[in-house]
Ligand binder design. Sequence first.
Ligand code: A3P
Length: 302
Amino acid sequence: LPEHTCSWLANKLTLYKYQDFWAVKQLHEGGILAQQSFKAEPSDVFLCSFPKTGTTWLKSLAFAIVSRAKFDESSSPLLTNLVHECVPFLEREIDKIEENHKKSNFPLVATHLPYSLLPESILASDCKIVYIYRNTKDVIVSFYHFMREAVKLSMEDAPFQEAFEEFCEGICSSGPYWDHILGYWKASLERPERILFLKYEDLKRDPASNVKRLAEFIGYPFSADEEKAGVVDNIVSLCSFENLSNLEVNKSGKRKAGSLENRLYFRKGKDGDWKNYFTNEMKEKIDKIMDEKLSGTGLVLN
Ligand code: A3P
């Protein structure tokens, strides 16, 4: 497989290109294993995303929605666990998902796999898919800090400009970003009832309406009584950046698998942080790339 070692990360990360997408070896292997052996159940709901577009938030909201009959905002497992321990990743935790299939009716499965690499059993199913996406420039900044912190480099030792250039070449985990989005976007045009597109910025601007949309789409709509009782607002508050990022588990905890600290999933949680990092030339370059890649597709993303 074509490989690329990221010099801006002091050569501490090597990515491989498989079927047009870049990722670390373990994720490609996990994706291939999923393709070979994963059997989707009709009740499964897939939360799909490119890294750093709001995966943690989407997973938290969906978890709070589907488990609300069992837990409320004072007893939610989200208060004591990183959400990634509550909602399994297809590329890493097939066993856990199969256990969920057997033992419970917990429907959520998360993945960073591009649409074209999803297991056939998902593609052939009627399962609901939710895809979250985000302003490209904010994704780049978020990615930069996440990767840099993951390999423990300071900002001085990890040149942002170089990270940016690689992203523009499509080289980053799960990249190219535009192809990842377009795979799901084109599939959603063919079967709009099956794939919901949620935008990070829309969730920020109007969380309650988007949480209602999400709940309805995945088959867990709120009743009028629940709405009156403030259940939607409670879920929005429970899953807010302010709340989750200040929980002890997310400030100081560590994933059981791997060495990543939980805090890395919660940095600023803001819209527009890119303005603190981009020069005019960088802005123009990535805007031009995205315009070209998305032109004629009906999808607008800045
Ligand atoms: P920033 O680095 O811009 O702060 P992912 O979950 O896909 O890895 O994306 C991580 C990004 O989502 C980070 O963005 C993180 O701070 C932000 N994030 C995490 N939880 C969030 C929440 N509950 N609400 C809003 N943003 C959140």
